[in-house]
Design a protein around this ligand. Structure first.
Ligand SMILES: [Zn+2]
Length: 59
């Protein structure tokens, strides 16, 4: 049995070994989840705090 990856449309063989099914890969799964999350969290929020990047010292 084959399915098409919802993200890229590539044919994916549906097997127990294919852990990312129906996606062809982890990447496609994460992309899809990311788009879903982006839609869900489309509310403008506070900008993420940027840690002070002064940890610049080298030995
Ligand atoms: Zn894919």
């Amino acid at each position: 049995m084959k399915v098409k990856c919802p993200t890229c449309g590539k044919s994916v063989v549906w097997t127990p070994e294919q852990r990312w099914r129906p996606f062809c890969s982890e990447r496609c799964k994460l992309i899809d989840l990311g788009e879903w999350a982006a839609e869900r969290h489309a509310i403008p929020g506070e900008p993420a705090p940027v840690p002070d990047a002064r940890d610049d010292e080298r030995d």
